[in-house]
Design a protein around this ligand. Sequence first.
Ligand code: PAF
Length: 279
Amino acid sequence: MRIARTLPELHEATAALRRRAGALTLVPTMGALHAGHGALVRAAVARGDPTAASIFVNPLQFAPTEDLARYPRDEAGDLDKLRAWGCDLVWLPDIATMYPAGAATTIVPEGPPAEGWEGAARPGHFRGVATVVAKLFGQIGATHACFGEKDWQQLQVVRRMVADLHLPVAVIGIATVREADGLALSSRNRYLAADERTRAPALHRALRHAAGRLAAGAEAAAALAEATAALTADGFAVDYFALVDGPSLRAIPALVPGARLIAAARLGPVRLLDNLAAG
Ligand code: PAF
């Protein structure tokens, strides 16, 4: 597995990989890798083309109120995992490479699917995501890129950006990896206290219950209100629990093909996100 820390090192490594295969699959990450990232890297490797992973904790996607300094970092552990998962190349840029002095261009997703939900809760977040992902696509010359469905809105924002900017990258969504009790894997789960960890799977259970109610013909407004009430009774502070059109993230009043249930709720210090296909 090759490791690149500068653009010349990266370009030398990606040119060699592309000579081998023509295609190159990217798995963008912010490190602190867990089995969810493992599923993305393994899916990329299984495609048969060389796989590159990037590790960059992107300051531009953190709101001023969010603690960038506290974001978990474990470079040595991440490199061991990427090696074991079969990754060919790791891109480890520093801040000055990603945001050189004088840089003046960012990508600002406007309207659906970026507005609302995470876009409203974390102002500027998707500007940071879109900008860094576009830079990574360009630096690496990725032909394919894998993103987790766990961050459903992020996946749709990236798909929208790729379509809008005519980027020659095929975006592949990978199913959420869950603990045995249903909790979606996330780097932030490590901040749950023991009792919160025990209660956290209630979010996934509420999504499944709501999906079942909708499939059985319940009114969406009633199913969503029940889920929110149940989670609140369990000690969650619910930011949103909504039924949306999958690609656009527009709230919808009833099931349509491709509908998605999305939820964000705080448990203690941790803001949990999850989503599920509805109907
Ligand atoms: O999902 C993440 O880890 C990040 O948002 C991403 C896509 C690596 C961009 O920084």
